[in-house]
Design a protein around this ligand. Structure first.
Ligand SMILES: C[S@@+](CC[C@H](N)C(=O)[O-])C[C@H]1O[C@@H](n2cnc3c(N)ncnc32)[C@H](O)[C@@H]1O
Length: 338
């Protein structure tokens, strides 16, 4: 996504009236109607699911939020809104839906988020969205339940990839095993950056199925999917194991177990690599509703020192940390087996 679109999208998602107008405009079809050019006010209603006074309120919000303008009786999208709608309206809707869900969760259950993360998980709709349990099967219903969150995660990763990919230390690596690599979006970026590299994405069965369906034919012999529970199935040989935005899903003990398994798995000279957001408390500035999409995971993002200590204790030589700031600080922690 180009910077202009990203800036305008963030502006819309960050504020309650614009977030509401965006979701309502997408859900009722009003934005789609306006996409086709200036439309007379009287012609909008019959093409959408809105009564007249609801439509007036929505159009008023559109105007205030820079989404649409009016000339006489005709309404049109602003150039910025038009560009967003043309770029990827489905991804826009996924992002808007998730930010709205997360914002409701942190506002309604912020106290339990801070005091009792497990109670927050039970109460928060966000955590019912990520149905990893449904991804264990491969039937049509499993795929249907898995696609929404796998797609949301894939969209995010497609945005992060260009900044994070170059920070992943893969010099000299032939075969990368990416644990929890979702539909392979990040791995595909790494294959583009590293000409001689092959990668295997290990993820839950429904996720792998969705990823394999999207894999370009040209990558068939460089990108493989291995379906299963990473804790249980045998890992294929590889000289690096990567966990990108995965370990925050696990308790410290479970993350440590997974990292130790990776350390045992790589050969001498091989690497274990972790790429994760840093702790929320270390963020210098946070504002707007988009922050909620990360705030729901506030109690799970860790200091990179935690991962470095685990790798060091397992006998790896820890490489210099690489960091970059996107929506939050990301840190790449890596260790080499000596
Ligand atoms: C937060 S997502 C991150 C996905 C991806 N690495 C990215 O950054 O886009 C966590 C991923 O871990 C996968 N996952 C969760 N539990 C798993 C398990 N037991 N074995 C393998 N993969 C698992 C999920 O299916 C999901 O794709």
């Amino acid at each position: 996504m180009n910077l202009q679109n990203l800036t305008f999208e963030t502006q819309l998602l960050d504020d309650v009236p614009s977030l509401m107008a965006l979701r309502a405009g997408l859900n009722t079809g009003v934005l789609r109607v306006l996409l086709n050019g200036p439309v007379a006010r009287a012609d909008i209603g019959p093409q959408t699911a809105l009564p007249s006074d609801g439509l007036d309120t929505l159009l008023g919000l559109f105007r205030q939020c820079g989404m649409a303008g009016q000339e006489g009786d005709y309404w049109h999208l602003t150039p910025a809104m038009h560009a967003l709608m043309v770029a990827d309206p489905i991804a826009l809707k996924r992002r808007a839906d998730f930010v709205a869900l997360a914002a409701c969760d942190v506002l309604m259950h912020g106290d339990s988020l801070l005091s009792d993360p497990q109670a927050f998980q039970r109460a928060a709709a966000t955590f019912r969205f990520f149905r990893y349990d449904r991804a264990l099967g491969m039937g049509a219903a499993h795929l249907e339940d898995t696609a929404p969150w796998a797609d949301y995660v894939s969209d995010l990763t497609a945005r992060e990839g260009p900044d994070l990919g170059p920070l992943i230390p893969l010099e000299g690596v032939d075969h990368l095993l990416e644990v929890g690599g979702n539909t392979g979006v990040f791995a595909r970026g790494l294959l583009e950056l590293n000409a001689g590299l092959r990668a295997t994405v290990l993820d839950l069965p429904a996720v792998c199925h969705l990823g394999a369906r999207r894999r370009p034919e040209a990558l068939a012999d460089r990108l493989a999917f291995l379906a299963g529970d990473a804790r249980e199935i045998a890992w294929p040989a590889g000289d690096a194991v990567l966990f990108k935005s995965v370990l925050h899903d696990w308790t410290e003990e479970a993350a440590e177990l997974m990292l130790n398994k990776a350390v045992q798995h790589v050969p001498v000279g091989g690497r274990v690599i972790i790429c994760e957001r840093g702790p929320i408390a270390a963020e210098p500035v946070m504002h707007g509703a988009t922050v909620a999409a990360n705030l729901v995971f506030a109690q799970y993002y860790r200091h990179p020192e935690f991962y470095e200590a685990v790798l060091e204790a397992a006998g790896l030589r820890v490489l210099p940390r690489r960091s970059v700031t996107l929506d939050m600080a990301f840190h790449v922690v890596a260790g080499e087996r000596v």
